[in-house]
Design a protein around this ligand. Structure first.
Ligand code: JFZ
Length: 419
């Protein structure tokens, strides 16, 4: 990212404006819901089990989700400290969850008999959440979804269909905050007409942000199932499952623990990115209990310690280590201690004089400071907060970094370090 004093192009300035809310959003809820939810064996079930097109399509008439489902997700998301949601409006299976004029393979003309995207968008707004729409470019249902690779006439037809569906989504539901493209197989950017697609998106929704999965750079990166900050200040969002086995609903037990999900949250905060944490609702729309519990626990923790996660900058140049991940806000360095070391804890890298050390929302901590270390003593043997304990280190002035052995260029290296 260029700093404030550098000249930005108009496009960069506009991107910065559009991304402003997203930079500090930190936590969102991803929802994978579609015909695959009925089978409960992964959202790729049609492909994994090689379902014939017509057999799979019959599921559409068997799907009868309950009214008010989206409101329950949005309520849970809002109560859990999420600031946005993203829902699959069409996954690879090709079924459109909204009222489309371009296909009959959609929610209003089959079993559901209702516009599930409209219900979702309304629910997000009711709970003050930003609205994200996931859209898979890859389409197993459309006859030209694969043929488009080899035949120009098929490509023309399929690309028109694709741009048309995206146009519907961004025209008929008011303000949309995120367009979350997925898998651009089988075409390349030129064949998808991705630049033109983005121009249409921006024209319909001038404030929207979109990701990088239509073979263009997009506004943010999307590391998947890994917390890997983008370099150069580019905004990023890690999408992660609460269930190791599947994004879509499955009754098979592969649940992550709340603690593992907490680890994701402190990691993204420390890398100045966002976490989009997934639920796969059951076909009726209800949320699996284990997923609900994960969100509730993170929500409870955030209610208390949210200030160390939202509206902070990443640790740069503070580096994470096995016990402590750092975030910074004003004159406070927050240490997120995930693996509690016992009665003594050592913080490093802070060049400023430390004025006070304390448990966030708790008691003061006794410490001594040398030029390189802040040694905290008299700590409990067990982690006071099992999900992650937050320690506040209050510095005199804005936190500055004290370099270590590996940070210094040769000419600056002192004779000895850590003396
Ligand atoms: C895709 C989908 O296939 C999957 O079902 C789910 O919706 C997920 C969020 O996105 O899966 C991907 C997409 C991109 C990568 C890996 C899996 N990737 O870039 O490594």
């Amino acid at each position: 990212m260029k700093n404030m004093t550098e000249k930005l192009t108009a496009a960069e300035r506009d991107q910065r404006r559009r991304l402003a809310w997203f930079r500090d959003a930190r936590f969102g809820m991803f929802v994978h819901w579609g015909l695959y939810s009925l089978l409960g064996r992964h959202e790729w079930v049609r492909e994994h089990e090689r379902w014939p097109r017509s057999e799979y399509a019959k599921l559409a008439s068997e799907w009868h989700p309950q009214k008010g489902s989206a409101r329950k997700w949005a309520k849970l998301a809002a109560e859990s400290g999420c600031r946005y949601m993203v829902m699959t409006t069409k996954h690879h299976e090709g079924f459109c969850l909204w009222d489309s004029a371009l296909t009959d393979f959609c929610a209003t003309k089959t079993g559901p008999g209702r516009d599930l995207v409209a219900e979702y968008v309304d629910a997000c707004r009711e709970y003050g959440l930003k609205v994200g729409l996931y859209y898979s470019l890859l389409d197993w249902h459309h006859p030209d979804g694969l043929r488009s690779l080899k035949h120009e006439a098929a490509r023309r037809c399929f690309v028109d269909y694709t741009h048309g569906l995206i146009r519907e989504l961004l025209t008929n539901y008011g303000k949309i905050d995120i367009l979350w493209y997925d898998i651009p197989y089988p075409l390349d950017a030129e064949e998808w007409e991705s630049e033109k697609m983005n121009r249409m998106v921006m024209k319909l929704q001038p404030d929207i942000i979109y990701n990088n999965r239509n073979r263009t750079e997009g506004d943010f990166g999307t590391p998947e199932q890994q917390i890997k900050p983008e370099t150069g200040g580019r905004m990023w969002e890690a999408c992660m499952t609460t269930q190791t086995l599947s994004w879509g609903y499955t009754p098979i037990d592969g649940w992550r623990t709340p603690r593992e999900c907490m680890d994701m949250l402190r990691s993204v905060a420390s890398g100045y990115g966002n976490l989009l944490l997934n639920i796969g609702p059951k076909p009726d729309g209800s949320i699996p209990a284990k997923a609900r519990n994960i969100f509730r626990q993170l929500g409870g923790w955030l209610e208390k310690y949210g200030a160390s996660i939202y509206d902070v900058t990443g640790p740069k140049p503070f580096r994470n280590n096995i016990v402590g991940y750092y975030t910074v806000s004003g004159n406070i360095v927050y240490m997120h201690v995930y693996r509690w070391p016992g009665s003594i804890l050592i913080a490093t890298m802070i060049a400023n004089k430390v004025k006070a050390v304390k448990f966030m929302k708790g008691r003061a901590i006794t410490f001594t400071q040398t030029p390189d270390q802040i040694v905290m003593t008299g700590l409990p043997e067990k982690a006071p907060e099992p999900l992650t304990t937050v320690i506040e280190i209050h510095t005199e002035g804005k936190p500055r970094y004290r370099p270590g052995f590996h940070d210094l260029p040769k000419h600056m290296a002192p004779e000895t370090l850590y003396a």
